[in-house]
Design a protein around this ligand. Structure first.
Ligand code: 13P
Ligand code: SF4
Length: 326
């Protein structure tokens, strides 16, 4: 019996009306000028936050923007490890995050003490870390990567070195397939991306038979295998522009649909569903609200700090990544 859709898919249709900012968004723009602040927002942030951001992007693009920022204050609308990365690469700036509790399950899956113990038991191992990890973990690694440059970075690691890839086993597995390089994989994963299933995607695919599927590499292998394209959130924008398809199924956190709708306004985007929901929000990314953005600029808090020597130890592998991915 053919599977039936038992929910309404979340569909973001081409935009027609111009965007009008709310009073709180206008207040944020005013505070931003007063504080000489720049707002960096990840693609997964809610639409009202994306609308007041100076730059919206993936982890790689945001790292470059953070490093180049000249403003006194960087308000980082994303999760904690992202704000930490901004502080590591640009320590002279005040770095704010709307909610200090906006963590990441993937980052939490690799505590620094466990990685230190693994390294001690495996001397000489070359550690490649996905940027979704704490500053203390970054300080223990050889090079950082993001989903946008992981293949390039792993290809640069000297061929005679044994690699440990932390913390995302799904991204690591995808990189192994793309590079042919064997790596040891840390058993971590993103609680949100592993909720996408082949079954759920096949069901929505029947409703939109001509729509290609684009999936984030944090998804499990069966979902990646089903996808027409696997890439970082930034490359999803490129894919949406270049595909002749008019409808696209987007298998990542739902905030991505706002960015896609703005950048590619003539196409329709369908949120990748899970078995239980038409969309998939990261509960950490969604801790940031427009009120918290305003309050952070008003009070210049909460601030994100990375003490020395962790900061400078974490800076080296991040800088290596930024150099290698140019
Ligand atoms: P991107 O680097 O592709 O934006 O991904 C970040 C992330 O947290 C995915 O869950
Ligand atoms: Fe972390 Fe997953 Fe949320 Fe990305 S979507 S911030 S990997 S928990």
């Amino acid at each position: 019996m053919p599977a039936v859709l038992n929910y309404e898919p979340l569909v973001v249709a081409p935009r027609t009306a111009p965007v009008r900012l709310s009073p709180i968004q206008e207040e944020i723009l005013q505070l931003k000028r007063e504080r000489n602040a720049v707002i960096l927002a990840h693609n997964y942030q809610i639409e009202p936050i994306q609308q007041v951001a100076d730059f919206i992007g993936d982890s790689l693009g945001l790292s470059y923007q953070a490093q180049q920022a000249k403003a006194d204050v960087i308000l980082f609308c994303g999760v904690h490890f992202m704000a930490e990365t901004a502080k590591i690469v640009n320590p002279a700036r005040t770095v704010l995050i709307p909610d200090l509790n906006a963590g990441c399950s993937l980052s939490d899956s690799c505590p620094a003490d466990r990685l230190a113990a693994y390294k001690a038991a495996n001397p000489g191992i070359y550690v490649v870390a996905y940027i979704n990890c704490s500053a203390a973990v970054k300080a223990l690694t050889d090079v950082i990567c993001t989903s946008g440059n992981a293949v390039k970075i792993v290809n640069r690691v000297p061929a005679d070195r044994d690699i440990l890839f932390v913390p995302d086993q799904n991204l690591g597995q995808w990189v192994m397939q793309k590079t042919g390089r064997k790596m040891r994989l840390w058993p971590g994963s993103c609680y949100a991306h592993v909720q996408f299933t082949v079954r759920a995607l096949e069901k929505v695919g029947m409703r939109f038979p001509d729509a290609p599927i684009v999936a984030h590499p944090e998804c499990v292998q069966a979902v990646r295998d089903l996808a027409d394209e696997v890439c970082s959130t930034e490359l999803m924008v490129k894919f949406a522009r270049s595909t002749p398809a008019k409808e696209i199924i987007v298998v990542t956190e739902t905030g991505m649909l706002h960015r896609l709708q703005r950048e590619v306004p003539d196409k329709t985007f369908i949120a990748g569903p899970t078995d239980t929901c038409a969309c998939n929000d990261c509960r950490f990314m969604k801790m940031n609200t427009i009120e918290k953005v305003r309050d952070a600029l008003k009070t210049l808090s909460p601030q994100v700090d990375v003490p020395e020597p962790i900061r400078s130890q974490a800076f080296t592998p991040i800088q290596r990544m930024l150099d290698w991915s140019k």
